[in-house]
Design a protein around this ligand. Structure first.
Ligand SMILES: Cc1cc2nc3c(=O)[nH]c(=O)nc-3n(C[C@H](O)[C@H](O)[C@H](O)COP(=O)(O)O)c2cc1C
Length: 175
């Protein structure tokens, strides 16, 4: 199957996740490519879609949201998976003891779950390099507890990403 892994990434962390998912799908025999969502003009040439973005302030970036909105009808007739990259750190729970991945779901998961009926919606840990942040993002990290909530480091969980990709490949094979 021809699979689009469409992504929106501000500093590259989500692009790395998208490339990894596409590679794992190719290794499993699928014809998968990772492309920035904003650059995809002929979405109808794909048979299945894995769409993801990093989350900022609880929301996907607009390129990914707009891609899904623009192609909602097409996507709703094909297998779709959504992912988000966001939470930072190594803790599985937030300060209130809630599941961090669940709490980090972007609002778009709810927006798209009914109309697209995705086969899966998954949050992955992300990465943050303070040296590359733009001015506004640097300022957000300076607010009280900003550094605690947004620690520096690469927390991407490649094992979880690979496992999720393998599950997609199995479903595409109809297993
Ligand atoms: C200013 C700022 C706000 C952020 N807000 C969120 C958020 O609301 N939820 C979340 O899960 N991650 C949040 N993050 C973490 C990013 O989503 C994470 O670093 C992500 O992996 C970056 O991916 P990208 O380089 O592809 O944009 C935030 C990061 C910054 C710098």
């Amino acid at each position: 199957m021809t699979v689009l892994v469409g992504f929106s990434s501000k500093y590259g962390a989500t692009e790395g996740i998208a490339e990894r998912i596409a590679r794992k799908l190719r290794e499993a025999g699928q014809d998968a490519v990772a492309r920035p969502a904003a650059s995809v003009d002929k979405a109808d040439k794909y048979d299945a879609f894995v769409i993801g973005s990093s989350a900022y302030m609880g929301s996907w970036r607009k390129e990914a949201t707009e891609f899904v909105r623009r192609n909602r009808e097409l996507l709703s007739g094909h297998p779709v998976w959504l992912f988000s990259s966001g939470p930072l750190g190594t803790a599985g729970q937030d300060a209130q003891g809630r599941d961090l991945l669940k709490e980090s779901e972007p609002k778009q998961f709810e927006e798209f779950s009914e109309s697209l009926q995705p086969r899966g919606m998954q949050v992955f840990f992300g990465a943050l390099d303070p040296n590359v942040l733009g001015r506004r993002d640097r300022l957000v990290r300076r607010i009280p507890s900003g550094r605690e909530l947004l620690p520096e480091g690469d927390f991407r969980d490649w094992a979880a990403i690979d496992e999720w990709s393998a599950g997609i490949a199995r479903e595409l094979r109809g297993e």
